[in-house]
Design a protein around this ligand. Structure first.
Ligand SMILES: Nc1nc2c(ncn2[C@@H]2O[C@H](COP(=O)(O)OP(=O)(O)OP(=O)(O)O)[C@@H](O)[C@H]2O)c(=O)[nH]1
Ligand SMILES: [Mg+2]
Length: 346
């Protein structure tokens, strides 16, 4: 994915319905033939479909307008005009469709194959063959096609993930995602390696009791993200729908000096973005324990104990602590509490 786009506007228009035809039969030995005007074809509709095979709205960034074809007009000899073609626009799961002018939420594409009709094609008009009655045998009129519908839309992608990874740049979020899923996010020893959210699928258990869920690796946050510092906080829209927030705090010698302070900075940015995010279930994990600084580890543990949380300690390099963390996430996703659960490794 070369570029991640999570917000676009787009004009869409359906096709107009074709006009019905007003025509009369002309045959050699039938001097006054009856009406034989065919119906107009229906205009094409604009359909929006959710699909897991797309992960960005990039396709629509440079496409200001999408128009479906109109229905053809009906013709004599009761010939039906051809229908216009429906256009199906495939959008990533989690795309919300708004009316860009009124701000009204029109649809939320959350499941595979879900379809929303954004603009209905105009119906074709009926030809005069339909309008003959015993008292009006030669109607010389037909129905016009119905007009097209045009609407100005805004698409907003909010990824659908169960778990969202939060933390300072370099905390080890992408490395973890690469370890527990098949995703291959870029990993770097410098901040802001991750520039847009990455999703990965975690597979748990053995068939037939297995289950899968999606984890979102988000770009790192820093203090002042709400004012645009670093990569800003606009990616936080992608945790709006996650069930669980997983905070990563680097306890290696390179990590923040005070783990509690690091956690508070992230919480503050969440609050400034949307206070509702503070109410989501969350867990804390200390990362890079293979290279741990004992003082940072101790401070992290103390903070967790003080605030009544289970401290998780992981290394995405050695795999230490990851099974415990994943088991805890399983419990949380089943709606259970972690009360009394103690991670086995430190
Ligand atoms: N020793 C050790 N290093 C780790 C571990 N996990 C990640 N790292 C290193 O930490 C650095 C940052 O890792 P990333 O996974 O890219 O960090 P990130 O949180 O995704 O960073 P941003 O994308 O910039 O927000 C890389 O050099 C990783 O190799 C770990 O468990 N142990
Ligand atoms: Mg990253």
């Amino acid at each position: 994915m070369s570029q991640f786009v999570d917000e676009v506007t787009l004009w869409v228009s359906s096709g107009k319905g074709g006009d019905g035809s007003a025509s009369f039969r002309r045959e050699k030995f039938v001097p006054r033939g009856g009406p034989d005007g065919g119906d107009g074809g229906n205009g094409g509709s604009i359909l929006l479909m959710g699909t897991s095979s797309k992960s960005t709205l990039l396709d629509f960034k440079h496409r200001p307008r999408v128009v479906a074809s109109s229905g053809e007009n009906g013709r004599g000899k009761k010939q039906h005009g051809k229908n216009g073609q429906d256009l199906i626009l495939r959008l990533p799961l989690g795309t919300q469709i708004f009316n860009a002018e009124t701000g009204e939420l029109l649809a939320d594409l959350v499941s595979e194959g879900q379809i929303y009709t954004a603009a209905q094609g105009g119906r074709g008009g009926r030809g005069n063959a339909h309008f003959a009655t015993p008292t009006r045998q030669a109607p010389d009129f037909a129905e016009p096609g119905k007009p097209a519908q045009e609407v100005f839309l805004k698409f907003e992608l909010k990824v659908m993930a169960k778990v969202g990874l939060l933390g300072f740049p370099n905390a080890g979020k992408s490395t973890f995602l690469g370890r527990v899923t098949r995703a291959h996010p870029r990993i770097g020893s410098y901040p802001f390696t991750t520039l847009y959210p990455h999703l990965g699928v975690v597979s748990r258990g053995q068939p037939p009791n297995n289950r899968e869920y999606v984890i979102a690796d988000l770009p790192g946050l820093i203090e002042g993200a709400h004012e645009g510092r670093g990569l800003g906080d606009r990616f936080l829209r992608h945790v709006e729908r996650t069930e669980i927030l997983l905070h990563f705090i680097d306890v290696s010698f390179e990590g923040p000096l005070d783990p509690e302070e690091a956690y508070r900075v992230i919480r503050k940015e969440l609050e400034l973005y949307d206070p509702a995010l503070l109410g989501k279930p969350e867990e804390l994990a200390a990362t890079k324990i293979d290279a741990a600084d004992p003082q940072r580890v101790e401070a992290f543990r103390r903070f967790c104990m003080k605030s009544g949380r289970t401290p998780f300690f992981i290394s995405s390099q050695t795999g230490d602590g990851i099974p415990d963390l994943l088991s805890a996430l399983d419990l949380l996703l089943e709606g259970k509490s972690l009360a009394g659960i103690v991670a086995s490794r430190d």
